[in-house]
Design a binder for this molecule. Structure first.
Ligand code: SF4
Length: 232
């Protein structure tokens, strides 16, 4: 994370605005289901974080169900599959050859540390560096694994985050830099892991259900009064 938060943004002053957004998101979406809480299996979460790249969660669920039905949702069982078998099981998530290779790289990383628990127990900075050095794992996937599988405090950024906060005019809206947006949330949101996990989930739910890419449902949005990007 090398890009500085713009000088005009003062982290201490940002949380009250962000907390207001958080509370309204919670009011709108707390009743909806979220696939990664409260205590999902860490290995399954990590596999889901890799499989969800460039596809919908619905497709990931189909792939996870295939893996579950085959008894392959543990590191040892998945590692015992040959590549053809693994590709066939993750096929519903799309780009299945690449995804199978990515899973294999992640399994190698687990094996190098002895267990998934040992890997996920590394300090967040160390774990992030090791994940980013693993083929097929970029910043968004790495931070998703750290927050939802390792249950450590970090704030993943994705296109949903940029869309929602870009429309709200909150954050370093002049950039799409992952590092700069992450630094913004990291400096402005309290480091409580559960708060960050919930905030992150609410952003995703909001982007999927109301603040949609095309045709946002601004008329149903509690943030509309303060949203400069609201549609008529
Ligand atoms: S008012 Fe519309 S654009 Fe603004 S956050 Fe809500 S859904 Fe998104």
């Amino acid at each position: 994370m090398t890009s500085p938060v713009p000088a005009q943004i003062h982290p201490a002053a940002e949380w009250p605005r962000l907390e207001c957004v958080y509370r309204r998101l919670d009011t709108m979406h707390a009743w909806r289901g979220w696939h990664w809480w409260p205590d999902a299996d860490p290995f399954e979460v990590a596999i889901g974080a890799i499989l969800v790249q460039n596809t919908s969660w619905t497709n990931v669920e189909r792939a996870l169900e295939s893996l579950r039905s085959a008894g392959a949702l543990t590191p040892a069982a998945m590692a015992a599959l040959n590549q053809d078998e693994l590709e066939a099981l993750v096929r519903p998530s799309g780009q299945y050859r690449q995804k199978a290779r990515k899973l294999r790289s992640f399994l190698d990383l687990i094996a190098a540390h002895g267990s998934i628990d040992a890997l996920l127990s590394l300090p967040a900075d160390e774990l992030r560096a090791k994940l980013l050095a693993t083929w097929g794992i970029g910043p968004e996937t790495a931070d998703g694994i750290i927050l939802f599988a390792a249950r450590q405090s970090v704030f993943p950024i994705d296109a949903y985050t940029l869309r929602v906060f870009g429309r709200l005019g909150i954050g370093p809206v002049e950039t799409t830099s992952y590092d700069q947006w992450q630094q913004y949330f990291d400096e402005c949101v309290p480091p409580d892991r559960d708060l960050r996990a919930r905030f992150r989930a609410l952003i995703v739910l909001h982007a999927k259900h109301l603040c949609r890419k095309r045709d946002p449902r601004c008329g149903d949005c509690a943030l509309r009064p303060e949203c400069p990007g609201a549609r008529p």
